[in-house]
Design a protein around this ligand. Sequence first.
Ligand code: SAM
Length: 267
Amino acid sequence: MDKAKDRAVMPKGTASILENRSLANDYSTIVPILKKGIKVLDVGCGTGAITRGIADLVGEEGQVVGIDTSEDLINIGKNCNEHIENLNLYCENIFEFNTESKFDLVVSARVFQWLENPKDALHKIKTLLKPNGIASILDYNHTKLEWHPAPPKSMHKFYSAFLKWRSDVGMKNQLALDIPNYFKELGFTSIETIHVNECYKKEDSNFISKIGIWKTVAETRGKQLVKDGYINELERLETIEEYSSWIESDAQEMTMNLSETRGTISR
Ligand SMILES: C[S@@+](CC[C@H](N)C(=O)[O-])C[C@H]1O[C@@H](n2cnc3c(N)ncnc32)[C@H](O)[C@@H]1O
């Protein structure tokens, strides 16, 4: 059986989804805590699309480091963001990352969902914080995804297989529910959870691309599901075809259940 680490590898074709994200649209709850001059670590920064927004807000006297295990994504990120002087991106795994200077704020968006040991990752983050530093984790409860009206049966079947493919290697599909407990168990204080569901409606200009995330997942990660025996190739292709025409015709709304939890560490 593959370990979560192998299944979590971002497949080719997903960089464009990450590069389309921004701080304002996809992690806006942290904007009020991005003070000028602070030092921030973004864990699992992908191509740095959100991270560059953080660098902008902390100003030139602030410093931002982004780390990600994907060398491809970090290389894209370095090319896109080389003009930003207070931003540095490194290919690093959070569990092995070490640095002498500590951070005022460590953030991590949509990363813990891919870990089999998310509490250990938060523990590692705790060691990277300055006294009174803040950790912020933004992640999903995938069991609460809602489409309106219901998508084709092939997508329902694909999505169930996707959740099972994840949980079979220890990834937590209801992760957003567990994160506040990790903060408590690890001794963080001033713990706060903000619900920030991603809701896309037909009238939104980005509706097709946002609701199309599940078409991209079937096109990319779907190949891993076929290889691992969770669906067959015909089912994968049928899902892509039927979901694509549903998006263009019947689809009205999709809501992904997302929450940010943050806490402070005093030492
Ligand atoms: C879904 S992407 C999220 C990217 C970005 N934070 C965003 O919200 O768009 C998850 C990222 O976490 C990275 N990742 C997974 N496990 C990691 C680990 N142990 N250490 C650092 N990065 C990791 C993946 O390579 C991937 O780029």
